[in-house]
Design a binder for this molecule. Structure first.
Ligand SMILES: Cc1cc2nc3c(=O)[nH]c(=O)nc-3n(C[C@H](O)[C@H](O)[C@H](O)COP(=O)(O)OP(=O)(O)OC[C@H]3O[C@@H](n4cnc5c(N)ncnc54)[C@H](O)[C@@H]3O)c2cc1C
Length: 538
């Protein structure tokens, strides 16, 4: 009893002083951890320069072939040997149950300026491709604002950015995949060759259809700066209507900006960001703001300063693309509540953010359960014309701000027929005269309001209600985050028709885990949610 009370008090103290604990222990340890990881990656690369891409892929093929020669009873499902803690996913898939194949592929292979494509190995990160492409005058058509995300992870998970209202999801910018199949063959997969069925199922497949060993991606020509306009909105109706117009959701001929994003600070208050590639002239030099410097305010806090009057500025392109990296959108605020204080930024800002890999590496079972029960990390793709209901539902269930919104095209590629895990949007939702509908990412990250206030909160109820809303409006949950759906509900949200056919055709059954089994949380989310639920009488 005394021990229990002491433990409860210790946990409460740690919760109340989590910022201090993170600053004193996690940030320095994370810094050293990062140096070690970078050194390991550098060493891997040095060792691999003596081999060609073809030889590295052959090594992976050999391992799959060796696996296939094992007696059937000894053949565990295949997965990559990349440690879980290196992945940005919030779940911890138990790789020990699998036969792990190292995918030591970290190189940019070629740049085709004529066809505007870049070919890469899957472990190249967003930060690395920015460093490679931007000085040459290009960037990926779709990327992510987190430097540690890998181009392969985005291809087999999902990727969406503020350019997606122009081109759609990351998968729309993939010209071809190079895949090692369950039979140990290497195939090139495009939307028009004999593997086009696989082409449509690889996105959102999370490595359950083959190993990704190469990727050709569309790139776009850029200018060195992004001219940002910040448009404050003072009612829900205003930002919901404006974003429909600005994204081209109401009229396909609207001249849309290069980048478009909304940050919602309160149900009725939001700032819309409209960004366009720009060169700098004499008059604009004074308006340059490199938002990524460690001593600068966190990006979403900076944007909030435009919520009264609006404004404009020029951000160097690389800094724009990684603008949310330092505060991991706004996740860092729930870890270090004083992290945006000018004094903190001036002295310790350069240590931020703590490496997601370090945070995962040091996550114990108890921390994992507590984080999942007391924080929310969700990105959800839903039709943009339901934005008002999305915000109302998210606020009712989680009561946390800001909320992230990017518009994104979802295409109907096959006239309504199965086209991978995402269904074709209904005809009634297509932007008139096009084969796409305008959806959006709703990002909900942080500590739910009731948890902050120590009021009744049941994460299982909240998450399942959000998932039901998502299914009802024809949306999709990103699968990097914890899902609470039963397999039946999952199969209702995602269209598994083509996926199941492709699994049979490419002999994936018995070779790779099934999608639901791969992405469902490794913990019993329902039971833990109930255990951690803060009840009315507590
Ligand atoms: C706070 C936060 C905010 C986010 N916001 C966004 C957002 O706004 N937009 C967005 O698009 N995403 C967002 N994400 C999610 C992010 O896009 C995903 O985590 C993405 O999958 C990239 O992560 P990764 O490189 O760590 O991939 P991983 O998690 O390593 O990989 C994704 C999946 O693909 C599999 N895989 C990876 N490489 C291979 C391979 N070579 N062969 C076979 N299988 C492979 C992995 O096993 C895994 O199942 C956010 C994530 C966080 C934590």
């Amino acid at each position: 009893m005394v021990l229990e009370q002491a433990k409860a008090r210790a946990i409460r103290w740690l919760e109340d002083n989590r910022g201090l604990v993170i600053v004193l222990f996690c940030l320095p340890a994370s810094f050293l951890f990062d140096i070690f990881i970078q050194f390991r990656i550098w060493l891997d690369r040095k060792l691999s320069v003596t081999t060609s891409h073809r030889q590295r892929v052959q090594k992976i093929q050999d391992q799959v072939t060796e696996w296939s020669k094992l007696p059937e009873s000894e053949r565990k499902p295949l997965c990559t040997a990349r440690p879980n803690w290196l992945s940005l996913s919030t779940t911890f898939f138990d790789k020990k149950k699998c036969h792990q194949v190292p995918i030591d592929l970290h190189d940019v292979l070629s740049l085709d300026r004529h066809n505007l494509t870049v070919t890469v190995e899957p472990n190249v990160t967003v930060r690395e491709i920015c460093k490679y492409l931007i000085p040459k005058g290009y960037t990926l058509a779709v990327t992510l604002e987190i430097g540690d995300a890998t181009l392969g992870g985005l291809a087999f998970g999902v990727g969406m950015t503020t350019y997606s209202h122009k081109v759609g999801l990351y998968q729309e910018a993939i010209v071809s995949y190079e895949v090692v199949t369950a039979d140990g063959n290497v195939i090139h997969v495009t939307d028009s060759n004999e593997h086009s069925d696989l082409y449509y199922c690889l996105p959102w497949s999370h490595g359950t259809l083959g190993f990704l060993v190469g990727l050709t991606l569309k790139i776009v020509k850029v200018k060195p700066y992004v001219h940002m306009q910040y448009i404050p909105c003072h009612s829900q109706e205003e930002y919901c209507c404006k974003i429909m117009e600005l994204s081209g959701a109401t009229n396909k001929d609207t001249k849309v900006a290069d980048y478009l994003e909304v940050t919602i600070y309160d149900k009725e208050e939001a700032v819309i960001m409209v960004g366009n590639f720009a060169d700098l002239d004499e008059s604009s030099k004074a308006k340059v703001n490199d938002v990524c410097w460690f001593y600068k305010p966190w990006f979403y806090k900076h944007v909030e300063t435009f919520s009264k009057k609006g404004g404009e500025e020029y951000i160097p392109l690389e800094s724009y693309l990684l603008r949310h990296n330092r505060a991991i959108f706004w996740v860092l605020e729930s870890m270090i509540p004083f992290g945006n204080h000018p004094v903190f930024r001036a002295f310790l800002g350069w240590l931020c953010p703590p490496k997601p890999a370090f945070l995962k590496f040091t996550t114990t079972q108890a921390v994992r359960e507590m984080t999942f029960a007391k924080q929310v990390f969700q990105d959800i793709v839903m039709p943009l014309d339901t934005l008002k209901d999305q915000v109302d539902t998210a606020v009712k269930l989680f009561d946390t701000y800001p909320l992230l919104v990017y518009p994104c095209r979802i295409y109907d590629h096959k006239g309504g027929a199965p086209q991978g895990q995402l269904r074709a949007p209904p005809q009634s939702r297509l932007v008139p005269g096009t084969n796409y509908s305008m959806f959006n990412d709703l990002g909900v990250y942080g500590t739910p309001g009731p948890v902050e206030r120590r009021e009744p909160y049941n994460p299982t109820y909240a998450m399942r209600a959000m998932e039901k809303f998502t299914r009802d409006v024809g949306g999709y949950s990103f699968l990097y985050a914890d899902i609470f759906m039963s397999e039946e509900e999952f199969n209702e949200m995602f269209d598994m028709t083509l996926y199941n056919q492709v699994r049979t055709k490419y002999h994936c059954d018995g070779a790779f885990p099934r999608l639901y089994d791969k992405v469902k949380p490794e913990i019993d989310v329902i039971a833990i949610g109930e255990t951690y639920a803060v009840k009315k009488d507590e």
